[in-house]
Design a protein around this ligand. Structure first.
Ligand code: TPU
Ligand code: MG
Length: 590
């Protein structure tokens, strides 16, 4: 790990020095304590003068053994910082991103939007102007050049479940707790704004953390009624299927376990939406693939379209996941979400997903009709062509060679682009995990997000598949993988352009400047880094590069895989046609 910054708050300081006696408990200390108590161990930062005292406080928080309780992780810019925190929240359950006012926060809003869309409790913390400046109508740097300093809070309200600005130190405990509680409950981001002259201001000590952590429990009467309604919905149906969506994981491991129990009690087929890949074990006999209409895997669509009842769990139906609205299930749905369940004609609130699924498992009848039919429909395993050593590298050959790298310890990150389709077609062995950002779909997400994820779970083998266009958006953050010596393996698929956009709608704007990606990573090494990188153009070269990557442990490995510009998956082409058609629908009202 990196040498830790010295705790400059332990001695008196001159700048804002009046609050700096080491024994004084401050607003910054309060925030640090709460972040640690909710399980955060790293905070992602870009410094700026409005947040420096706060950073000192967060970095100065010590654990019982006198070691830093929060490890500060500097990022190259605030977009990457927020995306790294987003990835960390996927692995850790919550994350913190600390930035400066406006110039930092407005960039970090992007990763915050991702956390909202992807249901992750990312705590965005921004330093802000001295509390005296607004009343004195001062014009300040890093602002719009007016004396209104409320705009950032107002903007944050739209992309978080709770946004608070601390105007007085005495309000800090209440407001910080409110924001953290809201984020953890809703699995959405929250925003906390701390003026530069309040981070070091004296503050009350926190009460028990249960006030922040305790989940809202199911209402017993509603739970019983919901389970009764669900049993009635399923009763008399002949062909029942389960469809799992991405919100299942956000409801916690208890919900995933309860779903497994319910599925086994029902004995029916279980398909997943693309963004929920890996949320039901792929080696389970009831697993029937990824359902997204015509580009489904393992013929999941044939069974979902045959079913007369679909129990949807954590599902999200969007233009992308329904392949341009061509794959909305046609039967009336029962949809169980994190805290409510909806039936055709009724909805029940204050029901925790794990309680509902677990309770229903004890009340359902076993009905294997969809499994019986699926055995007749299940496609035979595809015969995979092994390319010759000197054959030009192809998308399929990359897929074939990456597949055996996936094991129980692997987490596969797939980026927007054909990497989505290539990754979704891969088979996840038991224990392997899959991360995708399909709702927000920000190109470049996978580089900082896999970095943040790997910091939280260094025991996992992280593999990232990313296109050349996406890589160019956030490439700098590979340098943090170098700095932290994280052995992330990046497969950069260089098809010389924005192929996913080509398949939706082509134009010259989809061509990009080619880079020497392998050389760029060497530049990040400078004098003290140990990233490995290479460029491969044949199957044989890829095989050697993978062997090299497996042995490279004290830094990332980037393998630039050069393929032909027109080499893309059939699924992307099909999906692109339907998404283009959905985008092109004429206005209903002119
Ligand atoms: O495999 P391939 O070539 O499709 O992937 P690559 O090279 O990463 O290209 C991705 C192209 C792409 C764009 C430009 N996918 N979506 N977009 C639109 C877009 C623009 N800006 C952001 C931040 N996110 C986007 N999704
Ligand atoms: Mg590309």
């Amino acid at each position: 790990m990196l040498p830790y910054r010295s705790n400059s708050t332990s001695s008196k300081q001159t700048f804002m020095g009046e609050y700096m006696a080491s024994s004084t408990f401050t607003v910054g200390d309060y925030l640090a304590e709460r972040l640690v108590q909710i399980g955060i161990r790293h905070h992602f930062v870009v410094p700026g003068d409005y947040n420096l005292i706060l950073l000192d406080k967060l970095g100065g928080k010590l654990d019982l053994f006198g070691k830093p309780a929060l490890t500060e992780v500097g990022c190259a810019n605030e977009l990457n910082c927020s995306m790294a925190a987003e990835g960390y929240a996927r692995a850790n359950g919550a994350a913190a991103c600390v930035v400066t006012y406006s110039v930092g926060a407005l960039s970090a809003f992007n990763g915050t939007g991702s956390a909202y869309a992807e249901n992750l409790p990312l705590i965005l913390i921004s330093g802000s102007p001295n509390t005296n400046d607004a009343g004195q109508f001062h014009l300040l740097h890093h602002t719009l050049g007016t004396s209104d300093f409320t705009y950032q809070l107002e903007m944050a309200k739209k992309i978080t479940c709770c946004a608070v600005a601390i105007d007085r130190a005495s309000d800090a405990p209440r407001l910080i707790d409110r924001a953290l509680h809201a984020a953890l409950q809703a699995k959405k981001p929250a925003y906390i704004e701390i003026p530069t002259n309040l981070a070091g201001a004296p503050c009350m000590r926190p009460g028990p953390i249960s006030a922040v952590l305790e989940p809202v429990s199911s209402n017993a009467a509603v739970l019983a009624a919901t389970i009764g309604e669900a049993a009635a919905y399923l009763h008399g149906k002949q062909k029942i299927a389960i469809l799992v969506g991405p919100k299942l994981r956000r409801a916690g491991p208890e919900a995933e376990e309860a779903l497994l129990k319910l599925a086994e009690a029902m004995g029916c087929t279980v398909a997943v939406q693309p963004a929920a890949k890996g949320m039901f074990p792929e080696d389970h006999p009831q697993y029937t693939g990824v359902f997204w209409g015509q580009v489904s895997t393992l013929a999941a669509d044939s069974i979902i379209n045959w079913a007369d009842a679909i129990l949807c769990v954590g599902t999200v139906f969007t233009d992308y996941s329904t392949v341009g609205w061509t794959a909305m299930p046609s039967v009336p749905l029962m949809v169980a979400q994190m805290d409510h369940v909806t039936f055709p004609g009724s909805t029940f609130g204050r029901v925790r997903l794990c309680d509902f699924l677990g309770g229903l498992a004890n009340q359902v009848d076993r009905n294997t009709a969809t499994m019986v039919e699926y055995h007749r429909l299940r496609p035979d395993p595809v015969l995979i062509h092994v390319a010759g050593e000197n054959d030009a590298l192809s998308r399929k050959e990359i897929q074939r060679q990456v597949q055996p790298m996936l094991d129980a310890d692997t987490t596969l990150f797939v980026e927007t682009g054909d990497s989505w389709f290539n990754g979704i077609q891969m088979k996840l062995p038991k224990g392997a995990d899959f991360e995708i950002e399909m709702q927000w779909g920000h190109i470049g997400w996978s580089i900082p997000a896999s970095f943040g994820y790997a910091l939280s779970k260094p025991e996992r083998k992280v593999i990232t598949m990313v296109g050349d266009g996406s890589f160019q958006v956030t490439a700098q953050e590979v340098s943090q993988m170098v700095r932290w010596k994280l052995p992330i393996i990046i497969f950069l698929i260089n098809n010389k352009g924005y192929t996913i956009e080509v398949e939706i709608h082509d134009g010259l704007y989809n061509r990009i400047k080619n880079w020497d990606y392998a050389a760029l990573v060497q530049a990040f090494n400078s004098t003290d880094g140990n990233a490995a990188s290479c460029r491969v153009e044949t199957g044989g070269e890829l095989a050697s590069a993978i062997e090299m990557a497996k042995g490279h442990k004290d830094g990332p490995t980037l393998i630039e895989c050069v393929i032909h510009q027109d080499d893309c998956s059939r699924e992307l082409i099909t999906w692109g046609h339907y998404v283009a058609a959905a985008n092109a629908r004429p206005p209903v009202q002119m």
